[in-house]
Design a protein around this ligand. Structure first.
Ligand code: NA7
Length: 540
């Protein structure tokens, strides 16, 4: 154990000084720590959870599974790692991803610089010293030149303010904060609120156990069969024979993952041909159903083609016509995130499952359960699959203050503003990995994270030999970036519905489109910025 880490381990309530502080030990924080170490920096990671994994630590609900294929949803920075790790399924389940991240932490000896069970409460830029002072919830502070937020984009759980919720005596759970010991639903009357990706994954699993499951649906989602299956060893070996080739190919695809894009308009093909294409994709399973045509998110008429196809599938899969009708999404296809499922629609054919429309709101929670439109539903356990304060929630939970003590919450009062999703003007040396206005949720998150980590590490490496100690965006660059990202979204149908991409799921949250659509164009832009000596950034 090094002298510094000994000091750290022994003295959690005294002030400690580092070159860099990283907040969070998920995919982003782990790789950031590894890169900072390779620059010879003294780095410390503070992690609220008791283990590594971030999203994959907290979302331990039954059925939790990635919607990007395992061979791609993994690090590529280390060839030996990607060659040696063996994935068992097409789409990895939460426990497997968590054990992968634990393996990474051990393999690169990362744990000695991670302080677990330590939530960061505040981070303040002290201009005179040019350092960030980070305050820990359990006491103590630490300082560093760089503060890197690796806090995740879907990590601040949203529990709706339902009147009387405190009076409900049963167990209340959120999918994003699931007990690691597991939950036994046997013989229980369970209510699930929310039918986004998490609800759609957890509902079939709870239905297998519960005495009765009532699903409270505000908005029906579009979901495509995952067709998850064990990974064929020969297919896995074939990928590994040219892993870099796959990585290179997918880095040029719009979401940084194999998506089987077809450059054909949904309106240009004969109906029989387009039906055949969608049917083939439905049978194959996976999100690339949404890439069958090039204009689903550009034209409402084209969008209707995919929407009608999925609605017809629902009609054919759900026995009760009224339930099928309620499960049919009314909004545009893909405007809210497309889900992947395993037996979701078939679950509603079970005698112990019922669907309740809460589009008019949930009236109240009572001592017995939930009340909707004057009717009471008796429940023992309540599961919220109600999503997250996405992209900005986890950052704003920390009281971050920049130059002149300006709170980040104030800077972002009208909506998040960043340059490249990496930095905020007025908050020098603060970096956000997959921050707002970067591609983040519109991509395969792991390559997006790697690209950001490498950008940040390269930026620090650029500064060191030049004697530079401070970096932040110039205001004009930030303004132009916010406008650019919003402009891309406005040219698509993504900006037209109430999704968490623009903050619409959180009451009172300003509506600003929070992700850059298009991974390759973003990466290219970052490369150009670096090539022009970090154009748009100011150093001191
Ligand atoms: P999502 O996608 O935000 O889904 C949350 C669901 O909860 C969605 O159906 C919401 O309906 C519903 N919701 C939210 N608030 C309420 C209230 N007050 N009453 C009833 N229903 C409500 O979160 P997930 O966790 O499923 O998925 C997040 C991402 O994680 C996912 O896209 C993957 O990338 C992984 P709404 O649509 O807002 O009407």
């Amino acid at each position: 154990m090094s002298e510094i880490s000994q000091r750290v381990t022994q003295a959690s309530d005294t002030e400690l000084d580092y070159d860099a502080i990283v907040v969070g030990a998920g995919f982003a924080g782990l790789y950031m720590l590894h890169r900072l170490r390779s620059l010879g920096l003294r780095a410390r990671v503070f992690e609220a959870g008791s283990g590594v994994g971030g999203t994959w630590f907290w979302n331990a609900y039954p059925g939790a599974r990635c919607d990007i294929e395992s061979m791609e949803y993994s690090y590529q920075f280390d060839e030996a790692l990607q060659q040696e790790w063996v994935w068992s399924e097409r789409y990895a389940a939460q426990p497997e991803i968590l054990s992968y991240l634990n393996h990474v932490a051990d393999r690169f000896d990362l744990r000695r610089d991670i302080q677990f069970d330590t939530r960061v409460q505040a981070a303040t830029y002290e201009e005179a010293q040019g350092r960030w002072r980070v305050r820990l919830e359990k006491g103590g502070t630490a300082t560093a030149r760089y503060c890197i937020m690796a806090t995740g984009v879907l990590s601040s759980a949203n529990i709706p303010a339902i009147p009387g919720l405190a009076d409900f005596p049963g167990q209340v759970l959120h999918t994003g904060n699931w007990p690691h010991a597991g939950v036994d639903f046997t013989g229980k009357r369970v209510g699930v609120v929310g039918t986004g990706s998490s609800g759609i994954q957890v509902i079939p699993e709870i239905a297998k156990q519960a005495a009765h499951l009532t699903v409270f649906q505000r908005t029906a989602s579009y979901t495509i069969p995952a067709r998850n299956a064990p990974l064929d060893p020969a297919a896995q070996a074939a990928v590994k024979a040219d892993y870099q080739g796959l990585r290179q190919r997918v880095s040029l695809m719009p979401i940084g993952a194999e998506f089987y894009h077809r450059d054909v308009s949904a309106l240009a093909e004969a109906p029989a041909a387009r039906e055949a294409e969608m049917e083939a994709r439905w049978r194959k399973g996976g999100t690339s159903f949404g890439a069958a045509f090039n204009d689903l998110m550009l034209s409402k008429e084209a969008n209707q083609v995919a929407a009608d196809f999925v609605r017809a599938k629902i009609r054919s899969l759900v026995a009760d016509a009224a339930t099928a009708e309620r499960l049919m999404p009314k909004q545009l296809f893909g405007c809210k995130r497309i889900c992947l499922d395993t037996d979701y629609y078939a679950t509603f054919n079970r005698p112990n499952v019922s669907l309740v429309d809460v589009s008019g709101g949930i009236e109240a929670a009572t001592a017995q359960g939930l009340r909707v439109a004057g009717r009471d539903y008796a429940l023992d356990t309540l599961v919220f699959a109600t999503g997250f304060d996405a992209m900005t929630g986890a950052l704003l939970k920390v009281d971050i203050r920049g130059v002149g003590g300006l709170p980040l919450s104030q800077k972002w009062a009208e909506g998040a503003r960043t340059y490249l999703g990496l930095q905020v003007q007025g908050f020098p040396n603060l970096f956000t990995i997959t921050g707002p206005q970067s591609p983040s949720v519109f991509t395969n998150m792991v390559p997006s994270i790697e690209q950001h980590v490498e950008f940040i590490a390269d930026c620090i490496a650029y500064m060191q030999p030049r004697g530079l100690t401070r970096v932040e965006p110039v205001k004009a660059a930030e303004d132009a970036w916010v406008e650019h990202v919003g402009g891309i979204a406005a040219s698509t149908l993504y900006a037209s519905c109430n999704s968490w991409y623009l903050g619409a799921n959180i009451p009172g949250k300003p509506r600003v489109f929070l992700a850059h659509i298009g991974f390759p164009t973003y990466v290219q832009r970052c490369r150009e910025v670096v090539a022009k000596d970090y154009e748009g950034f100011a150093f001191a």
